[in-house]
Design a binder for this molecule. Structure first.
Ligand code: CP
Ligand code: NVA
Length: 310
């Protein structure tokens, strides 16, 4: 069976840990100047329907760093934008490239592509999940905290794609996760219930960010209006006003807590300037790790060396 990376909940702890450990090894080797060629002669297609800075460039840099080639295609400039079916697109692209990396709106788009593709389909963000991002976030947690099972983790803000992928990560690795989300911006109920049924530790959804952050060692925030929700920006600003991660809120966390933000950040909205630029913020290490985790993903999915499907 073809392996696709559509959501973290589809994988075992061993498989995800294997990707993170490989990314750590590739990062260390890059620092030492080691050159790789294991994807020489291989090509990926990036099929993006939403903007991107980090994910696009880090996937491209990762593929080149392993000796491979990249074709970028904006969905609206392709025949998809003129109504060509996903199932035809998946089968055609599979004849040309060794993996398809997709950023789109509906999760059903990546699922449909995966159903018909004969090469791996990698989810580079949908409205429902951002699995590759959360893998690089977990890598950053492992570097900073030395564990993926114990760090008390909090999510503050919108119950969005990132929150959903963090919930799945908590259920796979078994770390305690609290989310503070205003009504009606809780995470996806189906994802939450499935994760809770698998997780050895509680995944709790609270209203009060001060209650959720108490004692937290890993703190996550993200924009209040995701891509595609621009029309709701003003309304959301009002609802989320009390959810900003500022120095007062951060002071309630563990003193050694790290602050994660997948970026881009809206300073003065979900995070204050001083916290984003402060000593507890690891957002640029987190951004760098995207490239290493993407290299590990491309290597393991394209060569078929993924440790174990869950
Ligand atoms: N974090 C992230 O996915 O950033 P981009 O939207 O710039 O890719
Ligand atoms: N939740 C954000 C993440 C951006 C990387 C969005 O979907 O726009």
């Amino acid at each position: 069976m073809m392996n696709h990376l559509l959501a973290l909940g589809d994988f075992s702890k061993e498989a995800l840990r294997g990707l993170i450990d490989r990314a750590l090894a590739l990062k260390a080797e890059r620092r030492q100047g080691v050159r790789h060629q294991q994807l020489a002669g291989r090509t990926i297609c990036l099929l993006f329907e939403k903007p991107s800075t980090r994910t696009r460039v880090s996937f491209e840099a990762a593929m080149y760093s392993l000796g491979g080639q990249v074709i970028f295609m904006s969905a609206k400039e392709s025949q998809l934008g003129r109504g060509e079916p996903l199932k035809d697109t998946a089968r055609v692209l599979s004849r040309y490239v060794d993996a398809i990396v997709v950023r789109t709106f509906g999760q059903e788009v990546v699922e449909e592509l995966a159903r018909y593709a004969t090469v791996p389909v990698i989810n580079a963000l949908t409205d429902l999940h951002h699995p590759c991002q959360v893998l690089s976030d977990l890598m950053t947690v492992l570097e900073c905290k030395g564990t993926l099972e114990k760090a008390r983790t909090v999510w503050i803000g919108d119950g969005n794609n990132m929150a959903n992928s963090w919930i799945e990560a908590a259920s796979v690795f078994g770390f305690p996760l609290s989310l503070a989300c205003p009504e009606p911006f809780e995470p996806n109920t189906t994802i939450l219930e499935r994760a809770r049924s698998r997780s050895p530790l509680p995944i709790e959804v609270l209203r009060d960010p001060a209650e959720a952050i108490r004692g937290a060692e890993v703190i996550n925030v993200d924009v209040w209006a995701s891509m595609g929700q621009e029309a709701e920006q003003e309304e959301r600003l009002a609802v989320f006003r009390d959810y900003q991660l500022d120095a007062t809120l951060l002071a309630k966390a563990d003193p050694k807590a790290i602050v994660l933000h997948c970026l881009p950040a809206h300073r003065g909205e979900e995070i204050s300037e001083d916290v984003l630029e402060g000593p507890q913020s690891v957002v640029f290490d987190q951004a760098e790790n995207k490239m290493h985790i993407h290299a590990a993903i491309l290597e393991q999915f394209i060569t078929g060396s993924l440790v174990q499907q869950g």
